[in-house]
Design a protein around this ligand. Structure first.
Ligand code: 4NP
Length: 164
């Protein structure tokens, strides 16, 4: 693919704390939805964490197991958010308020700051105001992450379609 085609893509970055549970799941769900919609040449998807302590790791094995039961194969490798992300991506989706605030604090200018949104803004059914961190909890937490992110990703795709 040449640079011109690349730059025409709408670029989404999902962000949580460790980039091993919530944001790689959002990435996996969104990749699946975008493929089903035949929009993979127009939308680029990535994920990252505000904390870099899990860099290079696959998503958490519990998260992968719950996701695979719904047909999502999570294979991304964790990485930390970097300054270039604010330039490269069009929309940066934070999983919770802490991620949101950390991202806004990291943003180098107002334009970058305005790219940061809460993922739950795009939910169509759920009224929860953040995607809870499932890392220290049980199975229900991982299922809730999947429920919320399936809902939000559908809403997000509807929104992004208007911008293509
Ligand atoms: P995530 O979950 O932010 O959804 O990837 C977590 C992963 C790791 C840690 C916390 C949350 N941790 O403390 O290492």
């Amino acid at each position: 693919m040449n640079d011109q085609m690349k730059s025409e893509k709408y670029k989404l970055l999902f962000v949580c704390l460790g980039n091993i549970c919530r944001s790689p799941t959002a990435e996996g769900i969104m990749i699946d939805l975008v493929k089903k919609a035949g929009l993979e040449h127009q939308i680029q998807i990535d994920s990252a964490g505000t904390y870099g302590g899990h860099a290079g790791e696959l998503p958490d094995s519990r998260m992968r197991q719950h996701a695979s039961r719904r047909g999502y194969n999570l294979i991304s490798r964790s990485r930390q958010v970097k300054p270039m992300d604010f330039e490269e991506f069009d929309l940066i989706l934070a999983m919770d308020d802490k991620n949101y605030q950390n991202l806004r604090d990291l943003a180098p200018d107002i334009e970058s700051m305005n790219k940061v949104h809460r993922m739950v803004e795009f939910c169509q059914n759920s009224t929860l105001d953040y995607v809870p961190d499932p890392y220290y909890g049980g199975a229900e937490g991982f299922e809730l992450v999947l429920d919320l992110l399936e809902d939000a990703c559908e809403g997000l795709l509807n929104d992004v379609k208007q911008k293509l």
